[in-house]
Design a protein around this ligand. Structure first.
Ligand SMILES: [Zn+2]
Length: 503
């Protein structure tokens, strides 16, 4: 039997968009193109050309994660250390582990604030466990690593004397960590493809069908060309790692549909690694303000180079209030005409908010970070910084604000991310962090679908409208009406371009 030309998807409630809020009963999809051709307030009868499928629960537009590292992680993913709570256990694992990147062993995911021993061990500890091969243990945020002598020697770091490298302890941050990343052998294409497929399935089962890749190395482009992805990718190139020709071509789309839409720069590091750039000193380290990772000329150069390109994204990672302010000032001085994004914006002062608003700068935030950071943020920052941390509502009220998870720094879990955006605490905690900065379900969902797609240049996604792709998620309960249930909501089915990909 041949398939009918049209298929109608219906649910108890079908949400087309969240700002404005529009809910209907069903959509009709052209099977051949996966495009929505009609929106209906009822459920039509089956006919010779129309099949009707009804679901329990609700249908929402599929999630677009505005900041992930799925492609980068497919290449970097070594041993996964997330969830481990003692250094002793880490030692046990790496003692016998097979190398992950040819003869190198890369492991990622430790977080000292979750370790029973508290402090971070140094390279003497690591050398004693293993120094027959280069070993690199990367912190969960990707902004710091501990490495053994073998890794220091083979990467050439022993001849490097930047502030972000502590050779005695084997602590490597930011630029120094980049040197390590470039020195380590690449994974095989086969391993990359396998990692990617696993990660893509993981995204799909969470209802995420679009991703803005926040910075990849040029050596990955030849691997990315080989993929046949089900989810949609908008990829930002790490500015300094690309040749002029690649930058000149922006935006370009590969034959497999993966779109290269702009560049990514780093202005500072992270709070977890004490490298975010602050106006006021860190509380945990006296008279220390963090790092600006490149000279100011570097940012100016790229902004000038791409100044007249309308259809691209310029995204800069800035976490500390000083980093956010300085990059906003540069955006404001050079005035590039494309989409100007600041990634993370974890601390921001009032005068910087005006600067963002006047220059139409997009805030790309990851509420889910708050669930981790909340546990140590008060010991890390002085009061004057703490007051301006994680101002989601203030940002939302003033500038285009979009949501992401920064996967694999955090899990690519939309429901936990939404919970963090709305409740600003872990489900088992009593107190919210600055509850006046909570977002509503409508703001959060709009920022996670329509706006995330728009400011990631992922066309045809984010709302269930005529002419858009039928990329949607069936969820077991109506967490739009009852946001307090979001943490227990479950993805039942996921469709991409009208085709079921999960459930
Ligand atoms: Zn990131």
């Amino acid at each position: 039997m041949s398939l009918k030309r049209f298929i109608c998807f219906a649910a108890d409630t079908l949400y087309c968009s969240f700002k404005p809020l529009r809910d209907i009963k069903s959509i009709v999809v052209n099977r051949a193109s996966g495009t929505i051709v009609d929106l209906l307030l009822d459920v039509p009868e089956e006919s010779e050309i129309l099949e009707v499928v009804e679901f329990k629960g609700i249908i929402i537009p599929a999630f677009i994660d505005a900041h992930t590292h799925i492609l980068g992680y497919a290449a970097d993913k070594g041993l996964d250390l997330r969830g481990i709570s003692t250094w002793e256990e880490v030692a046990e694992i790496i003692k016998t582990a097979e190398p992950t990147h040819q003869h190198w062993l890369i492991a990622r995911g430790w977080d000292e604030s979750k370790m029973q021993e508290g402090k971070i061990p140094d390279k003497q500890w690591l050398n004693a466990i293993r120094n027959d091969i280069p070993v690199v243990l990367i912190r969960v945020d990707g902004h710091m690593a501990i490495c053994n002598d073998r890794a220091i020697k083979e990467s050439g770091l022993d001849a490097y004397n930047g502030k972000d490298f502590d050779g005695n302890r084997g602590f490597v941050k930011e630029e120094a960590l980049n040197i390590l990343h470039k020195a380590k052998p690449v994974v095989s294409l086969e391993q990359f493809m396998k990692n990617y497929t696993d990660l893509e399935n993981w995204f799909l089962r969470h209802g995420v069908v679009g991703s803005c890749e926040a910075g990849i190395n040029s050596n990955l482009v030849r691997y990315i060309e080989k993929l046949n992805p089900l989810i949609k990718h908008s990829v930002l190139l790490l500015a300094e790692d690309h040749n002029a020709q690649q930058i000149n071509l922006l935006p370009f789309t590969l034959s497999n549909g993966i779109k290269f839409s702009g560049i990514k720069m780093f202005y500072d590091g992270s709070l977890g690694s004490n490298t975010a750039l602050l106006f006021d000193s860190y509380r945990s380290v006296k008279n220390y303000f963090g790092l600006q990772v490149k000279p100011t000329e570097y940012y100016r150069h790229w902004l000038e180079t791409l100044k007249n390109r309308e259809d691209i994204i310029i995204a800069t990672h800035a976490i500390g209030d000083r980093a956010v302010h300085e990059i906003a000032e540069l955006y404001s001085t050079v005035q590039p005409v494309g989409i100007k994004r600041i990634e993370h914006v974890q601390i921001i002062r009032d005068n910087t908010i005006s600067l963002l608003r006047e220059n139409n700068i997009v805030a790309s935030i990851q509420p889910i970070h708050l669930l981790t950071d909340k546990r140590w943020i008060a010991s890390k920052l002085n009061k004057s910084s703490l007051e301006y941390a994680y101002r989601f509502k203030t940002l939302m009220n003033n500038v285009p604000t979009i949501l992401g998870t920064d996967f694999p720094v955090e899990e690519v879990d939309p429901f936990m991310n939404l919970y963090a955006a709305m409740f600003r605490k872990n489900p088992d905690e009593a107190d919210a962090f600055h509850p006046q900065e909570s977002l509503s379900i409508y703001e959060s969902m709009d920022a996670y679908t329509a706006k995330a797609a728009r400011y990631s240049l992922l066309e045809g996604l984010g709302t269930l409208d005529r002419g858009n792709k039928a990329s949607f998620v069936v969820v077991d309960r109506d967490f739009i009406k009852r946001p307090e249930e979001v943490a227990s909501a479950q993805v039942k089915k996921v469709f991409v371009d009208g085709i079921q990909r999960f459930g």
